[in-house]
Design a protein around this ligand. Structure first.
Ligand SMILES: [Zn+2]
Length: 220
């Protein structure tokens, strides 16, 4: 009985709460770090934009890594090839795990950098397609990758390229975890003094400030 209930829960998708693009946080200053933050905790509730294929495509759109036209195409492809679509989500979670290791330990542990390099090359190596420079709706420019052949395989190319850029530029020393130990978010610290501690001043930063005020109140 329990088992059949579990499988029902697993096959239920997409998760309605997550397909709204306005719930995603883009606070990390780097695409690959925002991608790690698809695994998030809000008000104590675990959320995951890589729960299912639809949520993942919605996130890629919100991150400006897929335009509406290509997102429509990839959704149609997912209906035709549901197994391929599901496999691409599983693969995306695997890549995220590897990139989280890189974000959290890469600056100190050479083996973690080597493992991430292998993972990045695995993703870069399996997909053929065309790289393009595109102008976004807001007038800014971005790189896009239009895959040929296996459309799913190319979806995460811009994410691993962003991680590759951080390795090339030696940015790992500025990659931080949020100072609130309950918060799983990571970010790139691009402040002048290199002292950014919180993922977001309106959430974790604000909570810390309130806690400091309470402590002061107790001392006085
Ligand atoms: Zn935080």
């Amino acid at each position: 009985m329990l088992q059949s209930f579990a499988s029902q829960v697993e096959s239920y998708s997409p998760t309605p709460r997550l397909v709204r693009s306005d719930v995603f946080a883009f606070i990390a200053e780097r695409t690959w770090l925002d991608f790690i933050n698809t695994e998030d905790i809000r008000r104590g509730v675990r959320m995951d934009a890589l729960n299912d294929f639809e949520s993942m495509v919605t996130w890629l759109e919100a991150a400006s890594l897929l335009d509406a036209e290509r997102a429509g195409g990839i959704r149609r492809r997912a209906q035709q090839q549901p197994t391929g679509a599901t496999a691409s989500v599983v693969d995306a979670r695997r890549i995220r795990t590897s990139l989280r290791e890189l974000a959290e330990k890469g600056a100190c542990v050479p083996q973690v950098r080597a493992d991430a390099q292998n993972e990045i090359n695995r993703v870069l190596g399996r997909s053929a397609g065309t790289r393009r420079l595109e102008q976004r709706n807001d007038g800014t420019f971005g790189r896009t990758f239009v895959p040929s052949g296996d459309a799913f395989a190319g979806l995460l190319i811009p994410i691993v390229e962003s991680a590759a850029d951080s390795l090339i530029l030696g940015e790992l020393l500025r990659v931080r975890s949020c100072s609130d130990h309950r918060c799983p978010r990571v970010f790139f610290d691009n402040t002048k003094n290199g002292r950014r501690r919180w993922c977001d001043m309106t959430t974790c930063g604000n909570r810390a400030k309130a806690a400091r005020h309470r402590q002061k109140g107790m001392v006085n």
